[in-house]
Design a protein around this ligand. Structure first.
Ligand code: DGL
Length: 286
């Protein structure tokens, strides 16, 4: 049984290691503009993809507890890496209370509708190492050939704002020409950051279907909230969105405007020291 005392005007909790999850927030806001968002970008621990599964589970649990304490009505793990290694844990801990949504199942579900023959997957080292995508795809589409490749340079490049830039161009060329990906008809962007450079990827692979998890996750979330009568019916959001980061970076603030088409007032929240600092405490190294 779901906890019934969470009101439909409660916010939706979303988290990622950094700004990649904002691609999911954007898709949520496009579909459900009156829903309120509480976002956490764990910039102090970015990138997640190079860390151990144990470390990511620890971070994900702490962030989820913070968001649930804030009274969210759903938890969206807007990070493939955390979805790959921490979803079962968060699901077990919170699914009785509220919907827990990851970004992997909705993307695989959207792949099922495409009738692919050879699917390439790019993501962080940990997501690729987890083997979760090939496992799920083979379960639903046993005849499809699946190849995977870790592309660890992309997250730092995106977080540093090198989008539509010669740096992203060189790195993407190098990755996408890798023989592993030869002959694919579909490419899954198994990292929420990559949705930001989707058009660059599409330009380099004009004949390949490029899919990311932002819209499928927003669609799935809407469906599940509707099923449970938890969609907020108001015309405008019931309050301000809140965006937290565990470490301040100037690029995040600058790029988030580009991601969401609006200025975000970032709040610094070091969950691991259990204290909230005002932004004036900027260390100047962002
Ligand atoms: N957006 C995260 C993902 O989807 C990035 C992971 C990282 O920080 O390396 O996996």
């Amino acid at each position: 049984m779901l906890r019934s005392d969470i009101p439909p005007d409660a916010p939706i909790g979303v988290f990622d290691s950094g700004m990649g999850g904002l691609t999911v927030v954007r898709a949520i806001k496009e579909r459900m503009p009156s829903e309120r968002i509480i976002y956490f970008g764990d910039t102090a621990h970015l990138p997640y993809g190079d860390k151990s599964a144990e470390a990511i589970r620890h971070y994900a649990q702490t962030i989820a507890a913070f968001l649930v304490d804030k009274g969210v009505k759903a938890l969206v793990i807007a990070c493939n890496t955390a979805s790959a290694v921490a979803y079962p844990l968060l699901h077990e801990r919170y699914a009785q209370q509220l919907p827990v949504v990851n970004v992997i199942h909705p993307l695989v579900e959207s792949l099922r509708r495409q009738n692919p023959h050879k699917v390439g997957i790019i993501g962080t080292k940990l997501t690729i190492k987890s083997g979760i995508y090939p496992k799920l795809i083979r379960q639903y589409l046993p005849d499809v050939e699946v190849v995977s490749m870790a592309t660890p340079l992309l997250v730092p490049i995106i977080e540093e704002g090198y989008i539509h830039h010669r740096i992203s161009d060189v790195v993407l060329h190098e990755y996408l020409q890798n023989p592993t990906l030869q002959g694919i008809d579909t490419l899954l962007l198994a990292c929420t950051h990559y949705a930001v450079i989707r058009d660059e990827i599409q330009t380099l692979l004009p004949h390949v279907r490029v899919l990311d998890s932002a819209v499928p996750t927003a669609e799935y979330l809407e469906e599940i909230l509707r099923e449970r009568n938890m969609l907020y019916g108001g015309d405008t959001p019931s309050g301000e969105d809140e965006y937290y980061v565990s470490d301040y970076t100037r690029t995040f603030e600058r790029m988030s405007r580009y991601f969401l088409g609006q200025t975000i007032a970032l709040r610094l929240m070091d969950l691991w020291r259990n204290e909230s600092l005002p932004f004036e405490a900027d260390t100047g190294c962002g």
